[in-house]
Design a protein around this ligand. Structure first.
Ligand SMILES: C[S@@+](CC[C@H](N)C(=O)[O-])C[C@H]1O[C@@H](n2cnc3c(N)ncnc32)[C@H](O)[C@@H]1O
Length: 264
């Protein structure tokens, strides 16, 4: 919904996604006017557009150096697989089996044809091995790959996060982009109240935030996995890079982070 509204209100200037609106179900469409009219959604909407842009920019650099496998972890309604401009690149979408089945239904209802380059691989990160799920889908772990993992880490246990990072770090020439949030106590009171309300809403929908990280903990986690290099980009840095005039008047202060890590 945020990506769809970004196309409508801001012309997709940070992140262009012609499928975002097309694939929404009736319930989401019904909720659009309230979200569109409420300026409180703007910071999250711009961040969501910018994290996708950051990821697809990183992906382009990987493809230019020869990566031919892209994995979208916790794909949800991400549409990269439908827009894949790289003829030689295979795309694997990983998600909960039920979420993935629902997405496939939405795509069929919207009349969207599935590209031959796309393979769906149902995996529950908490119960199944990512390596096995991807191998069963035809992924080659001896070849380099780009992993996009957006909007998923907060919903996973630390064990599942570590297992996924271990797998990615074990692939030569792999790169991953993911986002994470800081613990609520790191935020000033007004922001904390707003975030607590969002967290409570997520929990009431059965999707509690399970894992938040201090940036120093995240750095230690990545160092322990022996990634060759990584950068941790703050929301303010993303804003400076991508928001342009849209960033004017946005509150500064702590916010979500986006990480780009490259394996050895
Ligand atoms: C907030 S959505 C983000 C979707 C998409 N990546 C995006 O950026 O719009 C979270 C996604 O993570 C998936 N997810 C959460 N926990 C999961 C798990 N244990 N196993 C597999 N997928 C999971 C959900 O099904 C959902 O697609």
């Amino acid at each position: 919904m945020h990506r769809a509204i970004h196309q409508m209100l801001e012309g997709g200037v940070i992140f262009s996604d012609p499928f975002a609106l097309k694939i929404l179900d009736d319930e989401a469409r019904a909720g659009m006017p309230a979200m569109t009219d409420d300026p409180a959604h703007r910071p999250m909407r711009l961040f969501i557009a910018a994290r996708s842009r950051f990821s697809e920019d990183a992906m382009a650099v990987c493809v230019a150096r020869g990566v031919r496998q892209v994995v979208i972890l916790g794909a949800g309604l991400d549409t990269f697989s439908l827009r894949n401009p790289y003829a030689a690149v295979s795309v694997y979408e990983i998600d909960y089996p039920t979420t993935q089945a629902w997405k496939r239904e939405q795509l069929a209802l919207a009349g969207v044809a599935l590209p031959a380059s796309l393979t769906f691989a149902p995996v529950d990160f908490e119960r199944q091995s990512l390596a096995d799920g991807l191998a069963a889908a035809g992924f080659r772990s001896e070849e380099p790959a780009y992993f996009q993992w957006l909007g998923v880490v907060p919903y996973l246990t630390r064990e599942a996060i570590v297992a996924a990072l271990n797998f990615i770090a074990s692939i030569k020439g792999a790169e991953v982009v993911f986002d994470y949030g800081e613990p609520l106590e790191n935020f000033p009171p007004a922001m904390r109240a707003n975030l607590t309300a969002i967290a409570e809403r997520a929990a009431s929908l059965g999707e509690p935030w399970l894992s938040m990280f201090n940036p120093s903990d995240m750095a230690a986690l990545l160092q322990a996995r022996r990634f060759a290099s990584f950068e941790d980009v703050t929301r303010a840095e993303l804003a400076a890079r991508y928001y342009g005039e849209l960033g004017e008047g946005l509150l500064a202060g702590p916010g979500p982070h986006v990480v780009r890590a490259t394996s050895r």
